[in-house]
Design a protein around this ligand. Structure first.
Ligand code: PMT
Length: 413
C-alpha cells in the first residue's frame, strides 16, 4: 500500500511539464498520486500523460461526462494527505487566496482538509507584483506552505526570480511535510497552523537587538534596534524544528517561547556570549545592531557637567562579532549577516559579504517606510553568493521564513 496519497494540482504555465517529473519522483518515494489539472494546464501537457503514468482518470472538469465520479472535487479532496500544486500560476494563487472556486482545482482547494503546498512559477514581474505577493502572504497566514520560485532564465528569455524550484527540492519538501504531519498523527487533518520541520537537527545561534555601550553609570551609546527582526527569525527557526539560542542585547519586545536566551548587553559581552555558544551552532545569524565603537574608558562615577562647556568622548572599536564568527567557523557552519544601510545598500552589503566571508547577507534599506528598525515589517534583499532575491514589504516573521528557506536551500544544493 502507498505510504501517502498526494493530490497533484497542475495549473497552466510553461513549467507544467515539470509536474510530470514531480509526479514520478513522488511515486518513487512511495506516494500514490492523483492528478487534477486546470483547463489551461492541458494546453501545455496532455492529461493522457498523467493518466498513463498514474492509471487514474485525470480530473479537469467536474461536470465532464467522461468523469467517472459525479462529486469529484469532494471525493478527490477528502482522500489525499497533501494537495501539492506544481506549477502554481499567479491566477491559481489569486483564486486560492480569495476563495474563488470556479473550476475543479480551485474547488478542491476549498474542499480539502489536507495540508497544501504550492510551488509557484511565473514571470518575474508577475511574481513581484504587489497583488501576487499579497496573495502569497495571505495564503501563508492561512497555513499554506510554499516552495518558493528561484532565480534563473525564464521562458520569456528574461533572467529573474520566478523559475520553478528544482524537482528534487519540491519532492523533498513535500515528503518532509508529509512525514511531519504523519509524526503528529495529523495526515489529512486540518493543518492550518502546522509547519514543515525542515530545520530539524540544526542549531541556530542568533544575535538580536541593539547593544548598549556605557559612558558612565548613567549614560550610554545605543541604537534603535527593537529585537523584532532577530526574534522573528528565532521564532520561525524554532517553529521549523531547529534548536535556537539567542544572544540578546537591548530589546523592546519579548523573546519567543522555545528558544534559549543569553544576555549580551554591550558589544564586548555579546561577543563573549556568542563565542561561548558557537561550538554548538550549525547556523549563525547576526541580526543585532552592534555598536561599532564604544567609549574607550567608561567612567566609574557619573560625569559632572560643572565647569565643562563641551566634552569629547574617546571611542574605541568594538569586536566585530560576525567577522570573528566567520573567521573561527567550524565545518558546516553557515554564517549569515544583516546589513542596515541608508545608501548604496546592495554595494555595501556585498562588500560586507566579501570582507566578513558570509554565506548570505540580508540587506535592509532603513530609509524606506516600513523597513529597518522597530517596525513590524521589513523590505530587504537577500544576497546570496550566486545572486540576490528582492523581498518586498512583508512582516518580519514572513521575511524570517524567506531567509530560512535559503538556509534549507543552501543545505540541499
Ligand atoms: O531589531 P529591529 O528593530 O527589528 O531592527 C532590525 C535591524 C534593522 C536591526 C536588522 O534588520 C539589521 O539590519 N541588523 C543589522 C544592523 C547592523 O548593525 O548592520 P551593520 O551593517 O552595522 O552590521 C553588519 C553585520 O555585522 C550585522 O549582521 C551585525 O550584526 C554585524 N556586526 C556589526 C558590528 C559588530 N561589531 N559586530 C557585528 O557582529
Amino acid at each position: 500500500m502507498a505510504k501517502y496519497r498526494v493530490g497533484l494540482g497542475v495549473s497552466g504555465g510553461i513549467a507544467a511539464y515539470k509536474a510530470v517529473e514531480v509526479m514520478r519522483a513522488l511515486q518513487k518515494s512511495g506516494c500514490d498520486v492523483s492528478v487534477a489539472m486546470t483547463r489551461h494546464a492541458t494546453e501545455f501537457v496532455q492529461p493522457l500523460t498523467f493518466r498513463a503514468l498514474t492509471d487514474k482518470h485525470v480530473i479537469v472538469d467536474d461536470y465532464d461526462p467522461q468523469n467517472p465520479d459525479p462529486i469529484a472535487h469532494i471525493n478527490f479532496s477528502q482522500n489525499i494527505d497533501l494537495l501539492l500544486i506544481v506549477p502554481a500560476t499567479a491566477n491559481i494563487i489569486a483564486k486560492f487566496a480569495n476563495g474563488v472556486a470556479d473550476d475543479f482545482l480551485s474547488s478542491t482547494y476549498l474542499a480539502t482538509t489536507a495540508p497544501v503546498m504550492i510551488a509557484p512559477a511565473m514571470n518575474t514581474t508577475m511574481w513581484d507584483q504587489a497583488a501576487t505577493q499579497r496573495n502569497v502572504e495571505r495564503l501563508r497566514k492561512d497555513g499554506v506552505h510554499f516552495v518558493l520560485p528561484v532565480e534563473g532564465e525564464l521562458a520569456c528569455k528574461t533572467v529573474g526570480t520566478g523559475k520553478l524550484e528544482d524537482v528534487e527540492n519540491i519532492c523533498r519538501q513535500a515528503m518532509a511535510l508529509l512525514a511531519t504531519c504523519d509524526e503528529r498523527g495529523e495526515t489529512g487533518e486540518d493543518q492550518s497552523s502546522s509547519n514543515v520541520c525542515d530545520l530539524k537537527g540544526e542549531h541556530f545561534l542568533i544575535t538580536v537587538g541593539g547593544t548598549r555601550e556605557a559612558i558612565d553609570p548613567v549614560r550610554f551609546i545605543s541604537n534603535h534596534s527593537s529585537g523584532k527582526m532577530g526574534f522573528a527569525v528565532a521564532e520561525a527557526a524554532a517553529a521549523r524544528g531547529a534548536n535556537v539560542t539567542v544572544v540578546a542585547g537591548v530589546t523592546t519586545v519579548d523573546p519567543p517561547a522555545n528558544v534559549k536566551v543569553v544576555q549580551g548587553i554591550s558589544a564586548e559581552e555579546m561577543h563573549d556570549a556568542v563565542m561561548n555558544e558557537l561550538s554548538k551552532a550549525s547556523v549563525f545569524i547576526g541580526a543585532a545592531a552592534v555598536a561599532d565603537y564604544a567609549p574607550a574608558n567608561a567612567a566609574d562615577a557619573k560625569i559632572k557637567k560643572e565647569g565643562r562647556d563641551s566634552m569629547t568622548l574617546e571611542l574605541k572599536k568594538t569586536p566585530d562579532i560576525l567577522a570573528d564568527v566567520s573567521r573561527h567557523r567550524h565545518d558546516g557552519l553557515l554564517v549569515i549577516g544583516f546589513a542596515a544601510e541608508t545608501n548604496d545598500v546592495i554595494g555595501y552589503a556585498r562588500s560586507k559579504m566579501e570582507k566578513k566571508g558570509l554565506d548570505i547577507v540580508v540587506a535592509n534599506d532603513i530609509t524606506k517606510a516600513g523597513a529597518g528598525f522597530n517596525t513590524d515589517t521589513n523590505i530587504a534583499t537577500i544576497i546570496l553568493r550566486g545572486g540576490q532575491k528582492e523581498m518586498p514589504l512583508m512582516s518580519k516573521r514572513e521575511l524570517a521564513d524567506r531567509i530560512l528557506d535559503e538556509v534549507v536551500r543552501a543545505r540541499t544544493s
